[in-house]
Every structure is written in structure tokens, then in C-alpha cells.
Design a protein around this ligand. Structure first.
Ligand SMILES: Cc1ncc(COP(=O)(O)O)c(C=O)c1O
Ligand SMILES: N[C@@H](CCOP(=O)(O)O)C(=O)O
Length: 463
């Protein structure tokens, strides 16, 4: 399998190269050259298999020669051994035809662990073999950062710098990033919002002198390996509900469009996914795009589901690539317009194709809180605000259709105790391995939203 850039002007790479490269050198995102297909028989055979086996079978066609079977299976086994559920990502029914896919049983209590724990293993294998060292720079609205720091802390082949929006992540999220003691991981609080952090990361990749000096690598969903690892749970959950013989819809709490794009990829591979429901909070650029055909920025509004406080949904570019018949020049033009004029209009054909696969719904702050309260009142489940945005969307869009709908429970409620307690009166407790989080000393640098300042800090701090 080879990987091509969404903007069509960067070198074609192998899986290992794409994984270690991050952003393509033309500013685009790497995509598989074609979608591997799983037959109905191959999908049916996944029924009852352990998560690790499904992960191996779903991802193998994308990996090429990068890792031997033994290496790849070993990496998968180590990645998920520490999850607090033997199912790894349990599927829980909460109402007739409605399910929660719990993706928060990894070490940092969010879905990011599912991909990040594996990427940590794969980076370590590839870098150790090549005798290379890289500098990972990531942007986070709270969860990617903690998952990355957890996955890479103490590894000798990487330095990790995580940019997060100062004052705009929950206290638990901040402490998860600022309390690890290992000297190769660093939290940087940027005076700005998540979009600023993500823009600075992309600026660093586009500054080739800096990029090459520090050996820059990415673990945001810029990195195809992140999205790939997230396709697996669409398979495990759909198969548990009867795929390939029965279709399933998914409601996905959405910010950077990485998780829902993984669902789209699973569908391209042959999984019978009926509808992909984009669930947004106040930051509803994707909902507006589906309604109007205009992808237009409006600024970021802080919300009680802060990990989704995002306007520029990085992975929407990957979908555009498919919607524009894989014409890199057309994608590059749209991205230029986004930068220069704050938005672009989808051609009617592309909009029709978008609407053929995706629905959307937006949850106000009141609707998010009401959903947390209603879920607790009806079945005693305490869900996080991001999950609540998904449940709201599943109710609003999917209604009582006969096809089952799975909402991705993207984080543990304990990461957002204030919002959850205000909504349903329950203060979720942190699991035992994090019980002393509030007592651990913090280490963080607060910096201006300025490329040169951030680059200098990284150059001076890396080991
Ligand atoms: C808890 C949580 N839910 C949902 C999302 C949105 O996921 P994505 O950015 O892949 O759309 C995020 C951030 O990525 C998150 O941290
Ligand atoms: N919500 C994310 C934002 C970054 O998303 P990513 O999937 O591109 O890493 C976060 O929690 O950081």
C-alpha cells in the first residue's frame, strides 16, 4: 500500500514513511492510494474474535512491508494489554436499538488511547530499528495531548511537545499533561484556542528548516496511522450487531473529523455502515456545511465539551479529497480559499455525495446537559459531555429507525467532573491509577501564540 497527499504534490510514501512523516510536504494529509476491500465473508469471520485479532486483520492490508506479522501482532498485544476492559472497547445497550461504544477504558480515559497506545509501539519499533530520534509536536484540545504523553513518556527515541489552549481544557486533562515526570515529554500552554495550536503545528511542518533540524513527527490525526487504528472499533461494534448481514449507523462526537473519517474508511473497506452522523457542539462548522454547502469559519466558542471546541476540522480535507474525485489540485484550491477568505463552497456534486453518507446535528449547551441528565435518570449511566453530544445527535437524526445506532462514548465522565455534576448531580470519580492526580506537581510553560517563540522553546528544550 502506498500513501498519497490530498494536495497531490508531495512524494508518495510507504506506511512507515507516512507514519513518521506526519504532514505531507505540500501541506496535505496522507491517504491510502486505494481502499482495500474486505469481503462479506471476511467481515463475518471477525465475529467473536478478540479485539487484537480484529485489529490485526483490519489494519494488515494498510501496513505493507513496514512490520513483520510477529512485530505487528506484538505491538497490538502490548498496546491493549493495559486497557481496563477485556473487550477493550465494550458495546453497551442503553435503549432499544441504541448503543454506546465505550472507548475510554485506556490509560488516559479517552478514545485517543486506542490509536495512541498502538502508535507508541509502532514508533518505538520503527525508530529503534532505524536508530533514529524524532521530535513529536502535537496540538490538543485536551485528550490527544494526554494520550500522546502517556504513550511516549520515557521512550528514548522521541521528545514530545504538546500545545494546548491555555485555560481551555479541563483540570483533569491539564494535569494529565503537566504532571508526568519523564524529561522527554513537555506541556506547552498557548495563549490562544485549539485552532491556533493546530495552525502552529502545521506552520512548524511547513517550516522545512525547522522540520528537518528537529526531525519533526506528528501524532495528531494528521497522521494516517491514528485514523487507521480508529477504524477497528467500527468493525468490532458493527459485527457484534450483525454486520455484514445487518447495517449499522454511527453517531460520532466530532471536532477534527478524525474519528468519523475512520468510520467512513471502514465503510469504504466494505463495512455496511448506513449513516455516519456528525455530532457537533456550538462549534458547528461541519453541521452548517452539511446544511448549506458552505464550509465557513466563525471563531471558536468555549463549551462544556471542550475537546470539540474546534472550527478547522483537519480531516475534512481527507474527505474532500474523495469528494473531489481525488484531484489534489482542487483540494489545494479549497484550502487556499479557506486560508485567504475564511471558507469555501462545495460544488453541488460534492455536496450531494457528502449528504449521501453523512447526517449531522448540533447540541446546544443546554441540550448537552439535558442529555447527561436524561441518560442518568433513565438508566443510571453517567456519560461525558462529548458523548452526550453524540447521544443527542443519535436521538435527533436517527430517531426510531429500525437500524441500530451506535454512539461513540469518546471519553470517561471523570475527565469533566464539573460539567457532569452540574448536569446530573453525580461527581464521577477518577479510577484508582489516577486517584492522586490533584496532588502531583505540575510542569508547564505558558507561551504566546507565536511560531518563533514556540520553535525556539522546542529547539532549546529537546534532549
Ligand atoms: C472526548 C472527545 N470526543 C470527541 C472528539 C472529536 O474527535 P475528532 O477530533 O476525531 O472529530 C475529541 C477530540 O478529538 C475528543 O477528545
Ligand atoms: N479533540 C482533540 C483535538 C485533536 O484531535 P486529533 O484527533 O487530530 O489529535 C484533542 O483532544 O486533542
Amino acid at each position: 500500500m502506498r500513501y498519497i497527499s490530498t494536495r497531490g504534490q508531495a512524494p508518495v510514501l510507504s506506511f512507515e514513511e507516512a507514519m513518521l512523516t506526519g504532514l505531507a510536504r505540500d501541506g496535505g494529509l496522507y491517504m491510502p492510494e486505494s481502499w482495500p476491500h474486505m469481503s462479506a465473508g471476511e467481515i463475518a469471520d471477525l465475529a467473536g474474535a478478540p479485539y487484537e485479532e480484529v485489529a490485526y486483520r483490519v489494519m494488515r492490508p494498510f501496513i505493507g512491508e513496514a512490520f513483520t506479522d510477529t512485530e505487528f501482532r506484538g505491538a497490538i498485544a502490548r498496546a491493549y494489554a493495559g486497557f481496563r476492559s477485556t473487550a477493550r472497547v465494550p458495546l453497551v445497550q442503553y435503549e432499544a436499538g441504541k448503543f454506546l461504544l465505550e472507548l475510554h477504558h485506556g490509560p488516559t480515559l479517552a478514545f485517543k488511547d486506542v490509536a495512541m497506545q498502538l502508535i507508541g509501539q509502532l514508533f518505538d519499533l520503527a525508530l529503534t530499528r532505524a536508530g533514529k530520534r524524532v521530535t513529536i509536536v502535537g496540538a490538543t484540545s485536551g485528550d490527544t495531548g494526554s494520550a500522546a504523553i502517556e504513550a511516549f513518556r520515557g521512550l528514548s527515541s522521541v521528545d514530545v511537545f504538546i500545545l494546548y489552549p491555555h485555560g481551555r481544557v479541563s483540570e483533569v486533562q491539564r494535569r494529565q499533561m503537566t504532571t508526568p515526570v519523564e524529561s522527554n515529554v513537555h506541556a506547552i500552554a498557548v495563549e490562544g484556542d485549539f485552532d491556533d495550536c493546530q495552525a502552529r503545528v502545521k506552520d512548524m511542518f511547513n517550516d522545512f528548516a525547522f522540520r528537518d533540524t528537529v526531525g519533526l513527527a506528528a501524532v495528531n490525526s494528521i497522521n494516517w496511522a491514528r485514523v487507521l487504528a480508529q477504524t477497528v472499533y467500527f468493525f468490532t461494534s458493527a459485527v457484534a450487531l450483525g454486520a455484514p448481514h445487518r447495517a449499522v449507523s454511527f453517531a460520532v462526537p466530532t471536532g477534527n473529523f478524525g474519528d468519523i473519517f475512520a468510520g467512513y474508511a471502514a465503510k469504504r473497506m466494505g463495512l455496511p455502515v448506513e449513516r455516519l452522523i456528525v455530532a457537533t457542539n456550538l462549534n458547528d462548522i461541519l453541521h452548517r456545511t452539511l446544511e448549506t454547502g458552505e464550509y465557513r469559519m466563525e471563531g471558536v466558542h468555549p463549551s462544556i465539551s471542550p475537546s470539540m471546541d474546534i472550527q478547522i476540522s483537519s480531516n475534512f480535507e481527507r474527505l474532500l479529497f474523495d469528494l473531489y474525485d481525488r484531484e489534489g489540485a482542487a483540494v489545494a484550491l479549497a484550502m487556499d480559499e479557506l486560508r485567504a477568505r475564511g471558507g469555501f463552497t462545495l460544488p453541488q456534486g460534492a455536496l450531494n455525495r457528502l449528504r449521501a453518507e453523512f447526517d449531522s446535528a448540533r447540541a446546544s449547551e443546554e441540550e448537552t446537559s439535558a442529555t447527561i441528565a436524561a441518560m442518568f435518570a433513565s438508566n443510571g449511566q453517567v456519560i461525558c459531555p462529548h458523548t452526550a453530544v453524540g447521544v443527542h445527535a443519535a436521538d435527533e437524526v436517527h430517531g426510531t429507525r429500525r437500524i441500530p445506532v451506535v454512539t461513540l462514548a469518546t471519553a470517561h465522565a471523570a475527565k469533566f467532573p464539573d460539567a457532569v455534576e452540574a448536569a446530573c448531580g453525580q461527581r464521577p470519580a477518577l479510577p484508582p491509577h489516577m486517584a492522586d492526580l490533584y496532588e502531583r506537581p505540575e510542569r508547564v510553560q505558558v507561551v504566546a501564540n507565536d511560531l518563533e517563540t514556540i520553535e525556539t522553546l522546542i529547539k532549546d528544550t529537546r534532549t
